[in-house]
Design a protein around this ligand. Structure first.
Ligand code: SF4
Ligand code: SF4
Length: 444
């Protein structure tokens, strides 16, 4: 798509990048068919092609309005359109630029500014968020429904594993992201991750001084704040990476993983950080990506935990039918669609083989069930469920209706936001997949 940049954007990083991305778009509209907001709202301007057109106008100098801002706000940044696009249009990067330019020219109403400011200041500071979440969880049952929906019931994290001793100690260590909301909302996820990694000989620790990945500030268009988060984390992680004291930064929240993998791009123009940020991004592994290379060892662990035992399954994972909801940040953002599904399928096959060996007449312990529209966003999308609650709830209900057709006993996912959001709409338990795997390994 030919674009004539406004004079004030010519020669800027945003202008050059927007122009290069726009040039790739041939306006075919294939992406529109898979856009969740277009499917719900039916307005071209609430689909990727329409939003691309709006951003093109802005970079060409047309003054944006509050309506422009609303259409861009309604985008979930799920990047489903990127997966669909045959021309390789990097929509995610374009919408970041578009939002930044629009927000510079269209002042938000005071109420919106207040909500966004509150989200930024509370969700990104653990010393504020952690105690507030603990109080919320303690009084959860008497909270108003709207608030209760944002406060997951507290589950015991269980015992954090002791360091892996011996030769492996010197060889294998990874960092986990010391994220802003997940450890407070569901400490069971990090603890399960540490136990599973310890079981294959990998020690886990948090880097001192690391913190929120920057996703929340980025979603709320506080670009400078997000860059500061990124720089702080690069400072915290890089020395251990350079010294080869850690082999990877493992991320068990796909939303955070997608963001940290962008640090190299975010800080490309920062002379002091560009190289280190690239190397940090290159060291990030989604937990599924990391464990996919360890599937045989995990299978052996399952074998040794369950061989010769009755086939009732591990006590923490009694379900027979399991649905896996792949977060958009995993399948579209990190392009890791199918990775966790393949890992789960291999492990379920192994469990079935062990069970068959114990008693050939008994059914497999667990089976992954497919469902329609697994490529579509569940409506969580970071702070989207707070800022666009109606669309978010409609997408959640649509997702759960599709999942329900398969009648699962358990829903698994890979991102704290999706897990909390889906759980608000169903009585079927929703868990991180590593909690299920941990139950499988730990419970004979
Ligand atoms: S973003 Fe891709 S799929 Fe969508 S209109 Fe442009 S070229 Fe077509
Ligand atoms: S990122 Fe998602 S919601 Fe936004 S335009 Fe693309 S498909 Fe639609």
């Amino acid at each position: 798509m030919e674009t004539h940049l406004a004079e004030w954007l010519q020669g800027t990083r945003d202008g050059d990048e927007a122009e290069a991305i726009l040039r790739r778009c041939v306006h075919c509209g294939f992406c529109t068919a898979t856009c969740p907001t277009y499917q719900l709202l039916g307005d071209e301007l609430d689909g990727p092609r329409g939003r691309i057109y709006l951003i093109k106008q802005v970079v060409e100098g047309v003054k944006p309005t509050a309506a422009t801002q609303l259409h861009l706000d309604r985008c979930l940044t799920c990047r489903n359109c990127e997966t669909t696009c045959p021309s390789g249009v990097e929509y995610g990067r374009l919408i970041d630029i578009g939002r930044r330019l629009v927000d510079q020219q269209v002042e938000r109403p005071a109420a919106q500014r207040a909500v966004r400011g509150l989200l930024q200041e509370t969700l990104t500071r653990r010393w504020v968020f952690d105690p507030a979440m603990r109080v919320g969880q303690a009084v959860r049952e008497v909270l108003p429904a709207a608030l209760k929906a944002k406060v997951p019931a507290r589950r015991s994290p269980g015992v954090w594993p002791t360091e892996v001793a011996g030769e492996a100690k010197a060889q294998r260590r990874v960092f986990l992201i010391n994220g802003c909301v997940q450890p407070a909302m569901m400490p069971s996820i990090d603890a399960a991750t540490a136990r599973v990694l310890a079981a294959i000989g990998v020690n886990v620790s948090y880097a001192q001084e690391s913190g929120c990945c920057g996703a929340i500030r980025h979603h709320l268009d506080d670009q400078n704040g997000a860059l500061e988060d990124a720089r702080r984390n690069v400072d915290a992680w890089f020395p251990a990476l350079e010294a080869q004291a850690v082999e990877a930064i493992v991320v068990n929240a796909s939303g955070c993983g997608a963001v940290v993998k962008e640090y190299g791009h975010w800080l490309a123009d920062d002379v002091a950080y560009a190289d280190r940020a690239q190397r940090v991004s290159a060291a990030v592994r989604d937990l599924g990506e990391f464990l996919a290379t360890e599937v045989d060892r995990l299978g052996d662990l399952i074998g040794s935990s369950h061989s010769g035992k009755p086939t009732q399954g591990p006590k923490d994972a009694p379900s027979q039918r399991i649905a896996f909801h792949p977060p958009c940040t995993l399948q579209h953002g990190q392009k890791l669609g199918g990775v966790v599904e393949a890992l789960l399928d291999r492990l379920m096959d192994r469990l079935a083989a062990v069970a068959a060996g114990a008693d050939s007449k008994k059914a497999p312990v667990a089976k992954r069930v497919a469902f329609s529209e697994s490529h579509l966003c569940c409506g969580s999308a970071g702070t989207y469920s707070v800022l666009q609650p109606e669309i978010s709830a409609q997408l959640r209900d649509r997702k759960l209706a599709n999942i329900d057709v398969s009648q699962p006993d358990l829903i698994l996912s890979a991102n704290i936001g999706c897990i909390t959001h889906l759980q608000n709409g169903t009585v079927t338990p929703v868990r991180h997949w590593v909690e299920w795997l941990d139950g499988l390994i730990q419970s004979p």
